[in-house]
Structures are given as structure tokens and as C-alpha cells.
Design a protein around this ligand. Structure first.
Ligand code: ADP
Length: 496
């Protein structure tokens, strides 16, 4: 099966969140499973600053974007032990910038940038010698790809038989732009209607993907249900309900090479189940040094690593710090970047309780690994969470998550109870209501459990044994691809 993966970010090239982890690992896993897989990502400025073996190919072409044409320069990269091909699409105007999508404010021309990228991918695919069976795109940035394939590129022999798959990593980000950006897409205005590209007067790229893709997946079974109703669907619940029979939830895997305490280059002492205490202690010492402390303290260490967005429950974390930092029961470390107001509030609370809280603002992959290894407990009080990767990394590093019962957290974390402890399935502390008091109660329960050394060691043993590698998820994606190929392509409806 020939599969084209299209993503706006992928490790190790460029990353702002979990999408990059997925797009970086899934193609390789599919490659190992026998698929002939090619990944295409934008050639952002930062990909050239990472010492990766990126080479210019002789593929170059013009891409129409509205009345202009933009040049696409295609690079390739082959990494050691890589089981798939990688192409990077460059254009200085679109991608030679400081960040991927903008800073505190998105770049004002993001519609143009990702229209260019999506269309460039079609032009690149059309120029490949062999046809693709599957074109798999991710999130709003590449959601126009299924529409391009069906509306403008159907006659190209290498694309005519392909089926398109859209994976929604977060329906909260839809790529909505003013209606005049339709002119940049090259689509006929007749597709700007309530059943296709239009959403309350705006161009909605994610909706285009949902309508035109042959199969849709999202990143956990529970999230697949949540997005078919308000408020989980963020306005697209009706469109998603219409595609319910083609919508599948598949929990993300994790890259077990990158996130492996037995071989992690970012932690001081490698460890497995048998020497977890030593490994975690060494990480605690290194983390204390990194944060400017003479030595780690004895209290349980609770961590938060993630985007500083309301979705991640940052307001609950800040409230928790105010409620508990003075109690002396625990130490807290927060690593994150995002909403300036959250950044400010976190700095303020950490300055009030310097003996209990460390806050690091920024995106720091090395520190993220060190914190996962050093912490006892990971906080994920998300308002909603399509899948969540941090709790799966936590398992591998023997760190017990406290999560809210939402989306992928429901599908991956089993609440500690007498029953689940007895049958060895317990893997974390799960709370329901999105409220400071319920988070605090879960934290107090976890700290109590931490005092029970035998119980805690059993929990660690249980989570470290779990297998969340990509192989299981990649098999499920292959089933979706087979289903898409077995079905006729989705019809393009003529809405009048
Ligand atoms: P999302 O994709 O919604 O941000 P996920 O839990 O799926 O959330 O994935 C988040 C990924 O980004 C994880 O790999 C996590 O370690 C990483 N991450 C988030 N914030 C930071 C940060 N400030 N520094 C380093 N890594 C981070």
C-alpha cells in the first residue's frame, strides 16, 4: 500500500505539540508494517537549523495561490534507520519565519501559507512516478487536501484512485478565515455553501476536510464520541454526526525510541522497572541542579508539562498552586509556554512560594524528558483532551498521572480503586468535575497513596509494563485505509 502522509509539523523537523509526535512516528511505524510511506512537511526555517541531513532535490514547480504563483522547492531527508521517505516543501515567503504559525497572534496570512502547502503537496504527489493509494492529512492546516484531490486533481493518474483520510487532532482549531480567502484556494464559489466550505460566513478548512475526506479519524474513541455533540464538536458536531459511520477513534501511540528511560539521552541515569528508584532519584538531582537548587527535597514532586492554554486546565493548576503550595505536602514544577496571562500568573505564584514551586516558561524538549523522569505525579486536569501524550510518556517513566475524565484520558488512564489495584489495572487518579476542589481532592488522594510505598511501587510497576507503542495504533490505521479502499470514494454533492 502506498501512503502519503501530509502534516504541518513532525518530529524531528518542527514541533509545537502532539501532532508533531504523531506525524513523526506514524509513517515510520507504517513503514515497518510494510507500507510504502512518504511524509511531506513544510520546510520551515527551523528545520534547516537542526543539523539534519536535508538535501535539495531537483523537483521544483509553481503553485497557483489566487492570482499569484508561488515557487515550491522540494527537499528530502533520510535519517538513519528510517522506514519511510520524507519530502519538505519550501518557499521563503511562506516558511522562512521565526515560528510555525505566529506568536501571541497567528500570522495574518496563515490561510495563504497552508493553501500553498496543501496545493503544493498535490502538485508533488501528481509528479511522483507511482500512484498513491492513500493520502492521509492531519488537522486544519492540511484539510484542504481531500477537497483538492476531489475537485481539482481528480484527473491526474497518480491521484485519481487514491482515498483521502483526515485525522482530527483537535477540533478546537479549525482554520477559519474570512470568505475572501476562498479566492486563494482556486475552488469555484459554488463550494462556499453551508454543506461544504462555508461556516457562518467564513471559510472553514477543517470542515472542508470533514466533508471531502473518504474516512475520518480522531485520536481516541471517547473523543470521537465527544466531538459529535456540543460543546465537544466546537460547532462542527452536526457535520461530524453526518460522517459518523466513517469516523473512527484511534489512540495515539508513542515513539518508544525517543521516550524510553532505558536509553533517553536527556536523563542522567537510564532505568527500567528494576532500578526505577535509582533512575528517578538521579533525575531528581539533575532537575534540582537545572532549576538552581542545591539538592532535591523529600516531598513528592508533582509536574505539569504542556501548552499554557485553558484547554489544558492551566487555570485549575494555578488555583491548585495557591491552595496547596503553602501546605508543605508537595513540591511542584511547571514547564509550559502559551497564554501570556497564564505565564504571568504562574510567575507570580512561584515567586510567592519559591520553596515549593518552580516555573519554567518556554518550550524545552530536554527539560520535558527530565521532568517526566524526575516527577512522581503528572498533572493533566484538561478541560478537554483529544488523546494526550504526556500521560503515556509518564507511564513509561514510572510517573503516575492525575487526569480529568475526558477524551483520550478516559481511554488510557484507569482510576486507582480497591478493585483496579487488586486486578493490577490501576494506572492513575481520575477526577470528573472541572473544578479546583475536585482536582485538589485527587491530588490529596495521590499524595496519600504515595506515602504507601508498597502500593506506589505496584502502581509504578503496572504503568511501566504497559505497551503504548505505535505498532498497535498503526495496525488500526491500516484497517481504516483498507476500509477506505474497499468503499467507493465519497461523492461530491452539488449543493444548489
Ligand atoms: P497537545 O498536542 O494538545 O499540545 P499532547 O499531550 O498531545 O498535547 O502533546 C504535547 C507534547 O508537547 C508532548 O510531547 C509534550 O511533552 C510536549 N510539550 C508541551 N509543552 C512543552 C514545553 N513547554 N516544553 C517541552 N515540551 C512540551
Amino acid at each position: 500500500m502506498r501512503v502519503l502522509q501530509v502534516s504541518s509539523e513532525a518530529t524531528p523537523f518542527a514541533k509545537t505539540g502532539g501532532l508533531a509526535d504523531v506525524a513523526g512516528a506514524l509513517p515510520d511505524s507504517l513503514g515497518r508494517a510494510g507500507c510504502d510511506c512518504t511524509l511531506v512537511v513544510p520546510a520551515y526555517r527551523e528545520v534547516f537549523e537542526k543539523n539534519l541531513p536535508i538535501q535539495k532535490t531537483n523537483i521544483q514547480f509553481s503553485v497557483p495561490v489566487g492570482k499569484r504563483t508561488l515557487e515550491a522547492i522540494v527537499y528530502s531527508c533520510s535519517l538513519p534507520n528510517q522506514n519511510h521517505k520524507v519530502f519538505l516543501v519550501g518557499n521563503k515567503h511562506c516558511f522562512d519565519r521565526d515560528t510555525l504559525y505566529g506568536g501571541a497572534e497567528d500570522y495574518t496570512d496563515n490561510a495563504e501559507r497552508f493553501i500553498f502547502f496543501s496545493r503544493a503537496v498535490m502538485e508533488l504527489a501528481a509528479r511522483q512516478p507511482d500512484p498513491f493509494d492513500i493520502i492521509h492529512c492531519h488537522d486544519w492546516q492540511t484539510s484542504l487536501v481531500p477537497a483538492y484531490q476531489k475537485l481539482l486533481y481528480k484527473s491526474w493518474p497518480t491521484l485519481s484512485e487514491a482515498r483521502s483520510i483526515l485525522t482530527i487532532h483537535n477540533v478546537g482549531y479549525q482554520g477559519m478565515f474570512w470568505h475572501w480567502d476562498m479566492l486563494l484556494t482556486g475552488f469555484h464559489w459554488k463550494y462556499f455553501n453551508w454543506r461544504q466550505l462555508e461556516f457562518y460566513g467564513q471559510l472553514n478548512m477543517l470542515k472542508a476536510g470533514i466533508v471531502f475526506a473518504d474516512q475520518i479519524t480522531t485520536v481516541s474513541p471517547t473523543y470521537a464520541k465527544e466531538i459529535q455533540a456540543a460543546p465537544g464538536g466546537c460547532g462542527l458536531e452536526g457535520v461530524l454526526q453526518e460522517r459518523a459511520s466513517d469516523l473512527t477513534g484511534i489512540v495515539n501511540g508513542i515513539d518508544t525510541k525517543l521516550w524510553n528511560p532505558k536509553a533517553d539521552e536527556f536523563i542522567p541515569c537510564h532505568y527500567g522497572i528494576d532500578n526505577v528508584q535509582d533512575g528517578k532519584y538521579a533525575a531528581r538531582v539533575a532537575l534540582a541542579a537545572r532549576l538552581g537548587h542545591a539538592a532535591p527535597d523529600e516531598r513528592p514532586l508533582l509536574a505539569f508539562v504542556g501548552r499554557l492554554a485553558e484547554q489544558k486546565g492551566v487555570s485549575l493548576v494555578i488555583d491548585l498552586l495557591h491552595r496547596m503550595a503553602g501546605s508543605g505536602m508537595a513540591r511542584f514544577v511547571v514547564l509550559g509556554a502559551g497564554d501570556p496571562q497564564f505565564q504571568e500568573s504562574l510567575k507570580i505564584v512561584s515567586s510567592q512560594y519559591p520553596e515549593a514551586i518552580d516555573v519554567v516558561i518556554g518550550f524545552d524538549e530536554v527539560l520535558a524528558h527530565l521532568i517526566q523522569a524526575a516527577a512522581d505525579i503528572l498533572l493533566m486536569p484538561s478541560q478537554y483532551e483529544p488523546c494526550g501524550l504526556a500521560q503515556l510518556y509518564a507511564f513509561r517513566y514510572g510517573t503516575i498521572p492525575i487526569v480529568r475524565a475526558t477524551g483520550g484520558l478516559v481511554d488510557t488512564v484507569v482510576n486507582v480503586s480497591d478493585q483496579t489495584c487488586a486486578d493490577g489495572t490501576a494506572s492513575g487518579f481520575v477526577f470528573d468535575a472541572f473544578e479546583p476542589a475536585t482536582l485538589e481532592a485527587a491530588v490529596r488522594q495521590a499524595i496519600d497513596a504515595h506515602r504507601n510505598t508498597k502500593l506506589w511501587q505496584e502502581l509504578i510497576r503496572c504503568v511501566m509494563q504497559q505497551d503504548w507503542s505505535w505498532d498497535v495504533s498503526a495496525r488500526k490505521y491500516q484497517e481504516v485505509y483498507s476500509q477506505a479502499l474497499a468503499n467507493a470514494p465519497v461523492d461530491v454533492v452539488d449543493v444548489r
